[in-house]
Design a protein around this ligand. Structure first.
Ligand SMILES: Nc1ncnc2c1ncn2[C@@H]1O[C@H](COP(=O)(O)OP(=O)(O)O)[C@@H](O)[C@H]1O
Ligand SMILES: [Mg+2]
Length: 369
C-alpha cells in the first residue's frame, strides 16, 4: 500500500510542483511584470496542442504576477467574458487587499459586477458607464495603490465579438501606458484564425510562444525532482523508460509519473513499475488527447496523415505529395494545418513527423479499422 501522497498532477490546468522546460517563457513574462508598461512581453500569446501546458502557464504566471503587485483576472473566451473580467479583477484586488495592508478598493464604481457592490436604484444602473469606462475606473483605483492588472484569456477562439471589444480597449490602455497586461492562450489553428481578424490586428504585435515538445533532459530532471519531492526515488533504468515514453509531452509526463507512483509499493520506483505506469498512461493519453484531436481533423488532414503512415519514422513532404497525388499547393495547405493543430512537427527542411506520442499507432488502427 502506498501512503505517500502522489506528487504528480495529471489534470488539465493543474500546476505541477516542477515545471519541465518553459523557463524562458516564464522568465520573459515575469521580467515584464517587473519592468512594467512598454515591455513587449506584457502582451503575449501561447499556442500549443491540447496538453502542452497552456492553461498551466497562465495559472503560474498569474501567481507570479500577484506576488509582484498585479491583480489578476482569469477568463475563458466565452460569452460574458467582459463582465467576468471586471468581477475577477475586483475579487482579486479584494484578496490582495487582505494580504497587503493599505489596499482598499473603496470608491470604484465598476457597475453591476460584484455582489458586494452597492446599488441605490435603477437609475444608477442605467447611468452606469460602458465597459471600457468601468475598466478604466478600476485601473485608476488600482494605479493609486501601485497595482497593475493582468487579464488572461484562455481557450481563444475566432469570431468572438467580446474579444474584439477587449482588444480595442486594451490597445487604448497600452497607448496610455497603463499598467495592464494581456496573456492569451489557445490551440494554434484557433489563434491563427483570431489573428486573421482585421478588427483585432493590434494583437498581431503580441509576443508569441509556441509550446512544443520539451527536451528529454528537462523532462528527466523534472520527473526525478517530482518523485523526490514526494519522498521517493526512481532507478535510473526506470527513468530512461519513462522519459522515452513521454516523448517531451507535458501531459504524458504527469500521467506516466502518476501511474508509476501508484504502481510502486515501497520507496523506490523500479523498471517494472515504470513499464506498468507507461502502459496505463498511454491508454489515458489516448482517450484524453489523441482521440479528441483525431475527431477534429478534416478529410484533407486525414489524407495527409494516412500518407505519412507508410513510414515508420519522419516523412519527406515530397513523398507525401506523391502518395496523395495532389498539387504542391494543396499538400502545403494541409501540412500547415497539421502543424498548426500540433499533430505534426518539422524535422528539418521538407521533413515532418508526428508530434503527439502514440499518434502513429492510433492513426494506423483507425486507418485499418
Ligand atoms: N512544463 C510542464 N512540465 C510538466 N508538466 C506540465 C507542464 N505544463 C503542463 N504540465 C501538465 O500537463 C497537463 C496539461 O496541462 P494544461 O495546462 O492543462 O495543458 P493545455 O492547457 O495546453 O491543454 C497538466 O497535467 C499539467 O500539470
Ligand atoms: Mg487548457
Amino acid at each position: 500500500m502506498t501512503v505517500d501522497k502522489n506528487p504528480f498532477t495529471p489534470g488539465f490546468g493543474q500546476v505541477p510542483p516542477f515545471l519541465a522546460g518553459r523557463s524562458y517563457v516564464v522568465d520573459n513574462v515575469v521580467d515584464a511584470f517587473d519592468n512594467g508598461p512598454g515591455d513587449p512581453n506584457l502582451t503575449a500569446i501561447f499556442t500549443g496542442a491540447r496538453g502542452t501546458g497552456k492553461t498551466t502557464l497562465l495559472t503560474l504566471l498569474a501567481d507570479e504576477g500577484r506576488e509582484r503587485g498585479w491583480v489578476t483576472s482569469r477568463v475563458s473566451a466565452v460569452p460574458g467574458m467582459l463582465e467576468d473580467i471586471l468581477q475577477q479583477a475586483v475579487r482579486s484586488a479584494e484578496k490582495l487587499q487582505g494580504k497587503r495592508s493599505g489596499i482598499r478598493l473603496t470608491s470604484v464604481d465598476v457597475g453591476p459586477v460584484s455582489a458586494t457592490w452597492e446599488y441605490k436604484d435603477a437609475a444608477a444602473i442605467q447611468a452606469a458607464p460602458n465597459w471600457r469606462t468601468r475598466l478604466e475606473t478600476l485601473l485608476d483605483e488600482l494605479e493609486d495603490k501601485g497595482l497593475g492588472l493582468i487579464i488572461s484569456v484562455d481557450e481563444l477562439q475566432a469570431g468572438f465579438p467580446e474579444m474584439v471589444e477587449l482588444a480595442s480597449t486594451y490597445q487604448h490602455l497600452v497607448g496610455e501606458r497603463r499598467r495592464v497586461c494581456l496573456l492569451m492562450a489557445g490551440l494554434p489553428y484557433q489563434v491563427s484564425r483570431v489573428l486573421n481578424d482585421k478588427s483585432i490586428s493590434f494583437l498581431r504585435r503580441a509576443s508569441r510562444y509556441h509550446l512544443g515538445r520539451i527536451d528529454d533532459a528537462d523532462i528527466r530532471t523534472a520527473l526525478a525532482e517530482t518523485v523526490a519531492k514526494g519522498g521517493r526515488c526512481i532507478e535510473s533504468d526506470a527513468l530512461d523508460e519513462a522519459v522515452d515514453a513521454i516523448g517531451g509531452f507535458p501531459f504524458l509526463m504527469q500521467l506516466v509519473g502518476y501511474r508509476m507512483w501508484t504502481q510502486t509499493e515501497g520507496d523506490v520506483i523500479d523498471i517494472t513499475a515504470a513499464r506498468r505506469g507507461v502502459e496505463r498512461a498511454r491508454e489515458e493519453m489516448r482517450a484524453n488527447i489523441l482521440e479528441v484531436t483525431y475527431q477534429e481533423l478534416s478529410k484533407g488532414d486525414l489524407a495527409f496523415v494516412d500518407a505519412m503512415l507508410q513510414d515508420d519514422g519522419p516523412s519527406r513532404v515530397s513523398d507525401i505529395r506523391e502518395r496523395m497525388g495532389k498539387s504542391t499547393g494543396y499538400v502545403a495547405q494541409y501540412r500547415r494545418r497539421l502543424l498548426e493543430e500540433g499533430v505534426i512537427g518539422e524535422r528539418g527542411r521538407g521533413v515532418v513527423d508526428f508530434e503527439l506520442p502514440g499518434w502513429r499507432e492510433l492513426a494506423r488502427e483507425k486507418h485499418e479499422g
